[in-house]
Ligand binder design. Structure first.
Ligand SMILES: Cc1cc2nc3c(=O)[nH]c(=O)nc-3n(C[C@H](O)[C@H](O)[C@H](O)COP(=O)(O)OP(=O)(O)OC[C@H]3O[C@@H](n4cnc5c(N)ncnc54)[C@H](O)[C@@H]3O)c2cc1C
Length: 296
């Protein structure tokens, strides 16, 4: 018997930061980990499964996702200090990364401050190897817990994945598991210093990112030795729009939803940006945002 919220044809625009896109055929918000395990074990073996955190790097096409979406927030979102080691923070997949940063700072730990600027969850950070200011998620992971399609739990370390810049692939390829929690090691520090650093990083972000309009952060990865935003801007694309999707005037690697963008406007914009940069500079930009589902 499931205890969480089960819905059908749920608009995913409610759950992704772009505030656009189609529906999920099945949508489940587990009450806790045991509930998630029961849900997964009961799905048909060929059902597509998508775990979603805060949807800050995700777009569901307008025709929708014909599988099961599992939302990890808020019930898989606990954060605690490890019982045996006070430099280790244990966080559920649904914990917001900025909350982990603030929790670590309050507990006089240093090194988690960067997570304050990544508006996703721990699960999303593990799946994307999110990073900024020189640190990446997996640099700090001691180990993580996963569940597989049958709902069985496993403990994994970095050695179980092929990890790179915004890239995490289970080894061997095809192992289908989802993150449910992770243990992060930070350094002993000073609460006030860490809190001041968080404030400073957030101020820097407010100044450089278009946080007033729905977006999904960087659309493309930075190519080696360069910045995607610089290349896009150099092609004169800042402010260019397709339907309700606009290349942000503040940060050219961000696509803003001006209010009524469809997923297809956003995807068309991604193609246009990539094609223009390729034609004008010869650089092939690699997409960072994840796009799933069917076209309308
Ligand atoms: C304003 C803004 C600034 C940003 N800045 C940064 C930045 O500095 N650095 C950076 O790296 N990113 C940045 N991002 C992108 C995004 O916040 C990160 O990628 C974040 O880690 C995604 O987390 P999420 O919970 O929102 O993931 P979602 O968008 O919900 O999902 C992203 C992907 O992860 C998968 N996933 C999510 N949870 C799980 C899970 N539990 N198990 C398995 N797979 C899962 C999803 O299926 C999907 O493929 C930014 C985004 C915005 C909007």
């Amino acid at each position: 018997m499931l205890r969480g919220e089960l819905r059908h044809d749920e608009p995913m625009s409610r759950h992704v930061s772009w505030r656009a896109g189609g529906t999920a055929k099945t949508f489940f918000k587990p009450a806790d980990l045991a509930d998630l395990q029961v849900f997964l074990a009961g799905l048909p073996p060929d059902e597509a499964i998508l775990l979603v955190g805060l949807g800050s790097n995700l777009l569901v096409r307008d025709g929708g996702f014909k599988g099961a979406v599992v939302l990890t927030t808020p019930h898989l979102g606990g954060i605690a200090i490890d019982a045996k080691d006070e430099t280790i923070v244990v966080a559920g997949a649904g914990a917001a990364s900025p909350h982990v940063a603030k929790f670590a700072a309050r507990n006089s730990l240093a090194g988690a401050e960067w997570l304050a600027g990544v508006p996703g969850t721990v699960g999303g950070a593990l799946a994307m190897n999110a990073g900024c200011y020189g640190t990446e998620t997996w640099d700090q992971v001691v180990d993580c817990d996963t569940v597989d399609r049958q709902g069985q739990r496993h403990t994994r370390t970095a050695a179980d994945f092929d990890i790179g810049y915004r890239h995490v692939q289970a080894k061997p390829t095809g192992r289908d598991e989802f993150f449910v929690s992770a243990r992060f090691r930070f350094a002993r520090g000073d609460a006030e210093v860490a809190q001041a650093r968080i404030k400073q990083l957030l101020a820097k972000r407010m100044a450089s990112q278009p946080l007033d309009k729905p977006n999904a952060g960087s659309t493309f990865r930075n190519p080696p030795g360069d910045h995607a935003a610089r290349l896009i801007e150099s092609c004169g694309l800042k402010g260019f729009s397709i339907g309700g999707a606009q290349v942000s005037l503040k940060h050219a690697n961000f696509i803003a939803n001006l209010g009524d963008a469809t997923a297809s406007d956003i995807e068309a914009m991604i193609h246009h940006m990539r094609d223009t940069v390729r034609e004008k500079t010869g650089v092939e930009l690699v997409q960072e945002v994840r796009i799933v589902g069917d076209a309308a």
